[in-house]
Structures are given as structure tokens and as C-alpha cells.
Design a protein around this ligand. Structure first.
Ligand code: 5AD
Ligand code: FES
Length: 396
């Protein structure tokens, strides 16, 4: 792959697709492609503090969001179907080492009832999420996906962890539409610290996403903001990687320390530590919109957890266009405790639906109908021209 592969892609209407320079054959080398000038521009915005400058960032992201994905907000109903997990992620409260957590796995009937509720509420998508749970066999979930696809018009998104690519293939054949798998960070050393190997081997997260993209899935990824040890440069590279991977969906949320995890108690000692704040997360949401104008970007529950009053609304006004109301039966919600004090832990599905609709309409936006697939748009300029023009007021 040539060194200037990334830059050449900007000359093409659909970066990475039908492009003679970049066959989208793999993501290897992406890290090398983060152009220094682009990285400097992104980092500068991550460090920006001046309120009037930040206001320009929010407005630019909001404008790019309106022009590329419109005013509709897509609702993706979230079903957390199991909190069993084989992984030992140092940040995550459902990791396999967590003691004293009651584990659950929803039945096929419960999952199908949840999907039925998503359809009945007019959500276009059901997101099926779980820890990496091999008690869920590929065939078992495949049967569920097949039933949802034949009984409803829902898009099916899977967030099932680092399962073998063959499982994802079987689920694609069963009709699944999208895969979410966060990179958490693109900084390899930081990733190794927070994400010890499971000893199972298998493909890494980027490789799984790449394989899923080639199978025809829409692919989504993202990172946590403010992981202990995360520097501004590393977060800047994460944001540029969203562009390089041509992500269909980008989900970012603040890191929230869980006291019963290994990372939960760790002091950082880093001088250039990115803070795990609401403000920093908004910056990442806005910059993600500016680097990937036509992606679907949620206002995440982690953001709502920091600010239940207006966290998601602010995100929707600063580049986001998706919200994921929780459809998990209330009896299981507190057990899916990836971080403490999660938003909406006691609200029923119908309460979340009504609450979110009201919040969206109060912003002058509306709940969008249909599955809400990514609609590719030709993108003006490149990352630098979009970020560089912000201060001059003449951004593309
Ligand atoms: N704080 C914030 N987000 C977390 N996630 C897991 N643990 C935490 C935490 N402590 C996020 C990860 C994961 C997604 C399902 O939830 O990004 O990919
Ligand atoms: Fe769940 Fe508001 S979104 S209660």
C-alpha cells in the first residue's frame, strides 16, 4: 500500500469505494497515514477552551450534520441480551473477573418480544448487544436474526464482541445488517494495558470490522474518551482513524471508572491525560462529524450518564443524529453494569420511548422513520480544509 494512499482517497467521491488507488482491501497501515497537519489540527481542537471558539465547533458540526444526514433522529432500540463475558477488559464492569455480579442470558422468546416492541414503537433498528458470550452459539442467534428479519422490517445491528469471523458470516447470511465493535483506542500500548488477550486467539477488532465490511455489513466503531493513560495525540489519531476506516457509525462516550474493575482504581500520573468529561466528549462527537460527515453518530448512554438532563440533547446539537433507547427488560438492566449509575436503569421501555421523543421534538428535530442506513454523500474538501476553515468562518 502506498504511503500517500489516504490522501489520494480524498480525490475520490466515495473514499475507499470504487477507487483505483485504495481497494479497501485492508486497514493495515492506517496508523501511518495520519497526516501530521491533520493530527495537529484535531489536537488543537481537543485542547481548545475558549467558549466562543468552541461555539464555532458546535455550530460547524451541527451544520455538517444537517447538510449530510438531515434533521431526523434515528432511534435504535437496544437489547442487552447477556452479561456473560469471556474477556478481562480492565475498564468494563461485566468482565469475566468481576465477582459478585449475577449473570443472565435472555431467552429466544424474550429477545423476540424485545424486537417486537422495537417494531411496535416505530424504531427502525434493533441493536443486539452482549458480553462476549459463547453460551450464545452462532446458530442460536442466527435463528433469532432470521425470525426478526422475516417478521419485522427492522434492521438488525450486532454488538457481540470479538467473535470468530465465521460467526459474523453466519449472522450476515441470517440477515443481520450492521456490526458495532469499538476499538476503544487506536493506541496499541494503551489498548494492551486495558484489554488483555482472552487467550482464544482470533482476529483483532480492526480485522473483524474489515472482514464484516467486506461481507456487506455496515460497520461501526468508536472509542472511550479519557481512558487513564490516553493522550491528546492518541485521541486525535482515533478521530482520524474514523475517517480512514470510512466508518458507517461512530460511537464515542466518556470513560466512566467502575470501582470493581482493575482500571477503576488506577491512578494515571500522566501529564497530558485527556479528561473523561462531558465537554471533551462533545468535542470528539463534533470532530467525528467533521471528519466523517455522512456517518451515523449516536448521543451515547455514557454521555447521558454524566448528564441525564441534557447530555444526549447537547450531543444531538453538536453533530449526533442517533439515540439508542434501552429495550432490555428492567429486571436485567442493573446487571448489565458496564459502568456504574448507567442512565435509564429503572425506566421501562415505554418510558424511554416517550421521554426520548419529547426530548428530540423539543430540539426542533423529529424521530426519523425507517432503518436509517448510512446514505453516502460526496464530501467537500478534506479533514484539514473542514477543520482549518473553522476559525476563519469560511469552513467548507
Ligand atoms: N466507561 C465507559 N464506557 C464503557 N464501555 C465499557 N466499559 C465502559 C466504562 N467503564 C463501553 C466500551 C464498550 C461499550 C459497549 O461500552 O466502549 O465497547
Ligand atoms: Fe430513558 Fe429518558 S431515555 S427515561
Amino acid at each position: 500500500m502506498s504511503e500517500d494512499w489516504g490522501r489520494k482517497c480524498y480525490n475520490h467521491i466515495y473514499p475507499f469505494l470504487n477507487c483505483s488507488f485504495c481497494s479497501f482491501s485492508d486497514f493495515s497501515g492506517i496508523d501511518r497515514l495520519c497526516d501530521n497537519a491533520e493530527l495537529a489540527a484535531v489536537v488543537e481542537w481537543l485542547k481548545a477552551e475558549d467558549e466562543s471558539r468552541l461555539e464555532r465547533l458546535w455550530q460547524a458540526a451541527d451544520q455538517v450534520r444537517r447538510e449530510n444526514v438531515g434533521d431526523g433522529v434515528h432511534l435504535r432500540g437496544l437489547l442487552e441480551i447477556s452479561n456473560y463475558c469471556v474477556r478481562r477488559c480492565a475498564y468494563c464492569g461485566i468482565n469475566t473477573e468481576r465477582k459478585g455480579l449475577q449473570r443472565y442470558r435472555m431467552s429466544q422468546d424474550e429477545i423476540l418480544a424485545g424486537a417486537g416492541q422495537a417494531a411496535e414503537y416505530g424504531y427502525g433498528t434493533v441493536v443486539i448487544q452482549a458480553g462476549e458470550d459463547y453460551g450464545i452459539t452462532a446458530e442460536w442467534l442466527g435463528e433469532i436474526i432470521r425470525t426478526i428479519k422475516s417478521d419485522t422490517a427492522l434492521a438488525v445491528t450486532l454488538s457481540m464482541g470479538e467473535r470468530p469471523v465465521e460467526d459474523y458470516r453466519l449472522w450476515k447470511e441470517a440477515g443481520a445488517d450492521r456490526v458495532l465493535l469499538r476499538l476503544e483506542t487506536t493506541d496499541e500500548q494503551l489498548y494492551e494495558r486495558i484489554h488483555p488477550s482472552s487467550g482464544r486467539g482470533g482476529a483483532g477488532r480492526k480485522e473483524i470490522l474489515e472482514a464484516c465490511g467486506q461481507m456487506g455489513y455496515e460497520i461501526g466503531s468508536g472509542v472511550m474518551v479519557g481512558i487513564p493513560g490516553q493522550s491528546y495525540e492518541s485521541l486525535g489519531r482515533d478521530i482520524l482513524t474514523f475517517d480512514r476506516m470510512d466508518l458507517d457509525m461512530i460511537g464515542v462516550g466518556p470513560y466512566i471508572a467502575h470501582p470493581d474493575t482493575r482500571l477503576g482504581g488506577a491512578a494515571t500520573g500522566e501529564t497530558e491525560q485527556v479528561p473523561a468529561t462531558e465537554l471533551m466528549t462533545y468535542k470528539v462527537v463534533s470532530l467525528s462529524r467533521l471528519v466523517r460527515p455522512d456517518a451515523n453518530i449516536p448521543g451515547t448512554s455514557a454521555l447521558a450518564t454524566l448528564n441525564i438532563g441534557t447530555g444526549r440533547e447537547n450531543a444531538l446539537c453538536r453533530g449526533a443524529n442517533v439515540v439508542m433507547p434501552n429495550l432490555t427488560p428492567v429486571c436485567y438492566r442493573s446487571m448489565y453494569e458496564i459502568y456504574p449509575a448507567k442512565a435509564c436503569i429503572n425506566e421501562t421501555a415505554v418510558q424511554c420511548r416517550d421521554c426520548l421523543r419529547g426530548r428530540i421534538e423539543s430540539l426542533g428535530r423529529y424521530v426519523a422513520a425507517g432503518p436509517g442506513n448510512r446514505v453516502r454523500k460526496s464530501v467537500n474538501g478534506n479533514v484539514l480544509s473542514r477543520l482549518g476553515g473553522l476559525d476563519g468562518g469560511g469552513f467548507v
